[in-house]
Design a protein around this ligand. Sequence first.
Ligand code: ATP
Length: 246
Amino acid sequence: MEQKPTNRFAVERGAREDLLHGRRVAFFGGSFDPPHIGHLAVARAARELLRLDEVLFVPVGRQPLKIGLGAAYEDRCAMTRIAIEGEPEFSVSMIDAPHAEDAPNYTAETLEALQGMMSKGGKLFCLMGADSLLALDHWHRGAEIPFLAEVIVASRPGEALEPLGEHLPMGLKLAVEEPEKLENGRLERWKIVDQGGRAALLNILPGLHNEVSATELRTAIQTGRGSEQLMPHAVLAYIHNHGIYT
Ligand code: ATP
């Protein structure tokens, strides 16, 4: 049965789609299984360096490239809501709620839907970690993503982005030899073009070195190892109270 658009497109805390109007908003999609300090560091850095009004944390219903997520969608949304508490510019969106019949959620389609909610004067970004950029070629319509929303890529340990030109999806190339360096080198701005000559900006945040992943955290929780430093305490309490990952 098809889900009602009112549920799928609801933006929580803020709760109204017109909140996206006229604002600089970043879509930040992921499994958030569970959310951790790496996610928060990425969102905070992007908010500061790109002057964002809002970062939308968007737990994905079914990630096309991952099989067997650990926690249920509702728990991942609940944990993400808890993780961003106290951050007025962060909110959780259920725009990527699971589809009927378990069809995968595609970022390109979600960005198109979000663009439809933005008004003139607003600007949509797509925030991701370096591993996501490196995998973009495998995403559904991956080469279109930079033209649907300006991409912001956060560096991640073990995920080297250089030489950047070799890591772009097929059909895309760099239009400059060097990036524009802004904010004392904390923000690098590249220009890329597609085969039709369409140009887009690509922002890199090279200074983030958060050695944390959700995979590592799930294993730590399963084996009873400490993970207190790597996620907000309230998220860990939720995990224990609901018996998730055990
Ligand atoms: P998993 O280990 O299960 O793959 P993850 O830790 O990568 O999970 P996701 O929810 O899949 O977390 O990530 C959502 C987005 O956040 C992705 O674009 C990912 O690249 C980015 N991200 C997650 N952790 C970090 C980190 N430590 N540094 C930079 N980016 C990160």
